[in-house]
Design a protein around this ligand. Structure first.
Ligand code: HEC
Ligand code: HEC
Ligand code: HEC
Length: 319
């Protein structure tokens, strides 16, 4: 018995030593520029984010020991891929605004820094004071633009090449990620036919299954409309909506919708706190334009809504 134990320990030690020879890339490419932000904001980002989101990574000692070095290497690789403060100047101004908003979103929801990192590096945790500084930085300049919010098309054309590339790259990411980036486009013909006539056929991932149940149970008074469905179609639609509802989805937006809802099951997508919060800057008089009508008309502004893509890069508010 003892011999077996000793053998196991020796084997473990040999493996642990052995894997140290599998190289991990620990390079810091050159720093291209410095983010322009107030000193106290920079200090927060440096302390909590730079190890993964810049070319100034300081590898902690444990981060050099396999297998932890592999995890850390993965974090840095993926982190720089998302946002790299050392190449911030490569982003055009519109993209920088968008990134800042993502930074706010991720930190406010305590998704960033990743919990595992916060656990091993308590110094990276963000206090409420840090958050309010970040908030001020993110929302200081840009959001007032909303009153006249519309992208000018020339500008869009310039960019479309780069955008397309990024879009394709992200799209490819979908298949390998456990959490998908986009909603799955509607692919059920019965649902599209029966529920896509009066309005855009909303992706099932925009509401939890409890909401879809309620909607289907109330078709005789569907927001003032009477909807007749034969039992077979109703069954197909119910099954499709349920199987693909927000509570069964790993898509980033579906997860956020669910988190904002708790166990509530509203009848409207536009009544979910996440969706409301995303649009509270859009003025009512804009929604009332003939070309839009109401916030329920997602396709009026989200040019890629049918593809399940709601990124604000693809928002064009019609006049
Ligand atoms: C330990 C490494 C690490 C640290 C520290 C870290 N991040 Fe990240 N971050 C990542 C990784 C990995 C990803 C990509 C995978 C993901 O989205 O979870 C990412 C993604 C992001 C994204 C894009 C999220 C998305 O889904 O589009 C934002 C924004 C972000 N990080 C902001 C921050 C901010 C702000 C900080 C500091 C307060 C920070 N991160 C600290 C590793 C890190
Ligand atoms: C006869 C027309 C009509 C048909 C068919 C129809 N709807 Fe609707 N639906 C409406 C109207 C009108 C509204 C309210 C829109 C508004 O307030 O601008 C609405 C709103 C909705 C909303 C809420 C949108 C929001 O504001 O978040 C959902 C979800 C919805 N419908 C699902 C369905 C489903 C599922 C079906 C198929 C079973 C369906 N609809 C078929 C007319 C229709
Ligand atoms: C009047 C135009 C308009 C309509 C209608 C509209 N949206 Fe939006 N939506 C916007 C704008 C503008 C933003 C960008 C907000 C921002 O920059 O944070 C946005 C942001 C979003 C976001 C977050 C995008 C991101 O990158 O963070 C989601 C998700 C979204 N909308 C979903 C919907 C859905 C679902 C509907 C229909 C039920 C809808 N929207 C209807 C204009 C609209």
């Amino acid at each position: 018995m003892r011999k077996v134990l000793i053998l196991v320990v020796v084997a473990l030690v040999v493996v642990l030593l052995g894997i140290q020879f599998i190289p991990v890339e620990m390079k810091n490419p050159p720093v291209e520029d410095e983010l322009s932000a107030p000193q106290e904001v920079k200090a927060i980002l440096r302390r909590a984010c730079y190890n993964c989101h810049s070319n100034e990574t300081i590898w902690p000692w444990y981060g050099r020991v396999a297998p932890i070095s592999w995890i850390f290497g993965y974090y840095v690789h993926e982190g720089r891929d998302e946002i790299n403060f050392s190449t911030w100047g490569r982003l055009d101004p519109k993209r920088q605004i968008k990134m800042k908003k993502e930074i706010w979103e991720e930190t406010e929801e305590r998704e960033m820094p990743p919990w595992l990192y916060r656990f091993v590096e308590p110094g990276s945790r963000l206090s409420d004071g840090d958050l309010s500084l970040l908030r001020k930085w993110v929302f200081s300049q840009d959001l007032k633009k909303f009153n006249t919010y519309s992208y000018d098309h020339d500008d869009d054309n310039h960019e479309s090449g780069g955008k397309r590339k990024r879009y394709q790259k992200r799209y490819r990411n979908d298949s390998k990620d456990s959490g998908k980036r986009y909603l799955t486009p509607v692919n059920n013909p019965t649902y599209k036919e029966e529920c896509g006539g009066c309005h855009f056929a909303y992706q099932p991932e925009l509401l939890p299954s409890g909401s879809w149940d309620k909607i289907l149970a109330g078709l005789e008074d569907h927001f003032g409309e009477f909807i007749e469905l034969d039992p077979d179609s109703k069954k197909i639609i119910a099954e499709y909506l349920k199987a693909n509802a927000a509570d069964h989805s790993s898509a980033k937006r579906a997860v956020k919708i669910m988190r904002s809802l708790g166990n509530r099951t509203p009848l409207r997508i536009t009544d979910t706190p996440y969706i409301r919060e995303k649009h509270h800057e859009v003025p009512v008089n804009v929604l009332m334009r003939d070309s839009i009508g109401s916030l329920s008309n997602c396709v009026a502004c989200h040019t890629t809504a049918e593809k399940g893509i709601y990124d604000d890069d693809y928002v064009v508010i019609p006049q």
